[in-house]
Write a new protein. Structure first.
Length: 313
């Protein structure tokens, strides 16, 4: 927030210009500039600059001038004159407007803690101050989502390991169909889990027309039981015997490094899916999980408030 406030100290600045100016100042690489939030809809750096501007405005240190432009206020100049090493939520909580802003964001008061600044200009109060966080709201949402998803994936894996081998075959089948393989479930189900010889547990069409076939191997192992290079080599040999070029090896445990290296260097296209990737794909394609709640986030429609488009009164 301090660099954003400094950028506004020389006069009116546009938010896009501010992003570019600070990216240059910090000597960000092209990769740094292009890094996206997990949502994939905005770059991480631009998101942080936007929220820095928002927080500074809520504390009265900057003010909007016109669409997507802002400038420093007298209060902001006073703060800069004090030579702060950094500006963070802890500093901004010294201003009543920012306290109100944080209170509005957490109306139930469930996520609060007392902030001690040493020279707190706020009047004494019995109400706890909002928790100080250095993450933007989007990052907090993504972190919470990731925590929930990680717990879900762990639960999924435990349930699969505890289930029967037949159920595991069903999981693999349902996942591949959800990913677009095999055509209908009836067609695919007639071909999976039926061969059972030579290291092949099943076959499935790569496309609904059956133009290409993918051979399958499925091993329901406890997490501590790894899949070694010997098992992967045996499966690859079965592909060679059948003149096949594509195979998928799925396990609830994980593959040792040299098994992965072997799969990468053989001529056949051999995909190894361990327990972590299996549960990730299940969540992604909606297999064994359901949507409990959908949360919709809205942003201000700047075009709606653009009075230049209204024409003469």
């Amino acid at each position: 927030m301090l660099p954003v406030l400094k950028a506004a100290s020389s006069g009116e600045v546009g938010i896009r210009d501010c992003v570019e100016r600070l990216a240059t100042e910090f000597q960000l690489s092209d990769q740094d500039r292009a890094e996206l939030l997990p949502s994939g809809k905005q770059t991480t750096f631009a998101n942080r600059v936007h929220w820095a501007r928002t927080y500074l405005a809520q504390a009265g240190l900057v003010e909007p001038t016109r669409r997507a432009h802002f400038k420093i206020t007298e209060r902001g100049r006073v703060v800069l004159a004090g030579g702060p090493q950094r500006i963070d939520n802890k500093l901004l909580l010294g201003f009543p407007e920012f306290q109100d802003f944080k209170a509005r964001r957490r109306p139930n008061g469930s996520d609060t803690t007392v902030v001690e600044t040493g020279t707190d200009p706020r009047p004494p109060t019995s109400s706890p101050a909002p928790v100080v966080s250095h993450a933007t709201p989007e990052e907090l949402i993504e972190a919470a989502y990731q925590e929930i998803t990680d717990e879900l994936r762990s639960t999924l894996l435990n349930r699969i390991v505890a289930a029967s081998p037949t159920f595991f075959e069903r999981v693999v089948l349902d996942l591949l169909i959800a990913m677009g393989y095999g055509g209908s479930r009836t067609d695919a189900g007639q071909r999976i889990g039926r061969t059972g010889d030579g290291g092949i547990d099943g076959i499935i069409n790569e496309d609904p027309l059956g133009l290409d076939i993918v051979y399958l191997q499925a091993k329901r192992y406890a997490p501590g039981n790894t899949i070694g290079i010997g098992q992967v080599r045996e499966f690859a040999g079965s592909l060679v015997e059948r003149g096949a070029s594509k195979g998928v090896f799925v396990t609830t445990s994980h593959f040792v490094p040299n098994a992965k290296a072997y799969a990468d260097r053989i001529p056949q296209r051999l995909i190894l899916i361990d327990g972590a990737e299996l549960t990730g794909l299940m969540v992604r394609f909606g297999v064994g999980v359901r949507v409990e709640r959908t949360v919709e986030f809205k942003r201000l429609d700047l075009d709606y408030f653009d009075e230049d488009d209204l024409g003469p009164a």
